[in-house]
Design a protein around this ligand. Structure first.
Ligand code: ATR
Length: 296
């Protein structure tokens, strides 16, 4: 029999809107297969105003847990019984576990980011970093870089106030190592001169605007920093292409996507996913994604 769903199959899933383009169901269900876990991961496109109804239904249906994405990552806080310290620091929740009718909130975005760096053997301790952007993804990156002993974090953002608020939070709550400035060609050049890791958390360069790039000068690559672009569509952004030409180590956003999902999977199913499986999933997903793009 081909159908693998049984009367005991547990359910996890993704809550958001829109979610049609999400890659999470692909690799989450693959993880269930790899670990031989009798569980299925489903997409739930939830209309504005329906979150409360969905949560009640999930409890009634004994759903095991779910990921939360845009636009519900902060709204979900209203329905949780407990929130992890990490999620409180992130001010958002991307993973919920339901146990005996109670909802427990977590945030695995930062963990996904740091595991993606570790998977490429990038060390953070005592390094200088620059983060482009100051939204939710930048918050996850800044918190993790600070927690892992980064020496300096420079946060550059189009709206300077937001960069300052994020830097202040890091300095207050984790370590006094963050500074902020307005995002500009000059500021990137200035801070990148002695920097080891540059992280782009803005959507600049994301499809359908592939020709855009956070920088136009190649000077920022002189010190050969690791360039991490959280964008994964396209797999290799213009920013990464230029960095690679300038012999920098490059990391795209696929690893972070996979590892935040793996961290959620570990919470729901109480297993440890080894790095080798994470890396295998990442290359499978990159191949799948490239094929899908070719079909368009
Ligand atoms: P995410 O959760 O993915 O971080 P977000 O919270 O909406 O999304 O944050 C997006 C970040 O990208 C912000 O820092 C935003 O800058 P502003 O705070 O000035 O809005 C930044 N961003 C978005 N579009 C940008 C662009 N075209 N150029 C530069 N920065 C941009």
């Amino acid at each position: 029999m081909a159908c693998k769903i049984t009367a005991k199959t547990s359910i996890t899933g993704l809550v958001g809107n829109p979610i049609e383009h999400s890659l999470s169901p692909i690799f989450q269900n693959r993880l269930c297969e790899i670990f031989n876990i009798d569980s299925i991961y489903l997409p739930f496109n939830v209309a504005q105003g329906d979150l409360e109804k969905i949560i009640k239904a999930f409890k009634a249906l004994n759903i095991k847990g779910f990921n939360v994405t845009i636009p519900y990552k902060t709204d979900i806080l209203n329905f949780l019984n407990e929130v992890s310290d990490e999620a409180l620091l992130m001010e958002s929740v991307n993973t919920v576990r339901i146990n005996k009718g109670k909802l427990y909130g977590f945030n695995t975005d930062g963990l996904g980011f740091i595991r993606a760096l570790q998977s490429q053997n990038v060390k953070v301790k005592d390094k200088n970093s620059v983060i482009l952007g100051a939204g939710g993804a930048a918050r996850a990156a800044a918190i993790k870089l600070a927690q892992h002993g980064c020496k300096r974090i420079v946060i550059l953002n189009r709206t300077e106030d937001k960069a300052k608020n994020l830097a202040d939070m890091v300095n207050r709550k984790i370590a006094d190592i963050a500074v902020s400035d307005e995002l500009s060609e000059e500021s990137i050049k200035k801070y990148a001169a002695d920097c080891d890791i540059v992280v782009n958390t803005t959507p600049v360069g994301m499809s359908p605007n592939e020709d855009n790039c956070p920088v136009s000068s190649e000077d920022i690559f002189i010190n050969k920093p690791v360039i991490f672009d959280m964008v994964y569509n396209p797999i290799k952004t213009k920013f990464l292409n230029i960095a690679e030409t300038n012999l920098c180590k490059i990391i795209n956003g696929m690893g972070m996507l996979i590892y935040q999902g793996i961290s959620s999977f570990e919470i729901w199913h109480e297993v440890n996913v080894p790095l080798s499986i994470g890396e295998e999933l990442k290359s499978d997903l990159e191949e799948y994604f490239t094929q899908m793009q070719d079909f368009k």
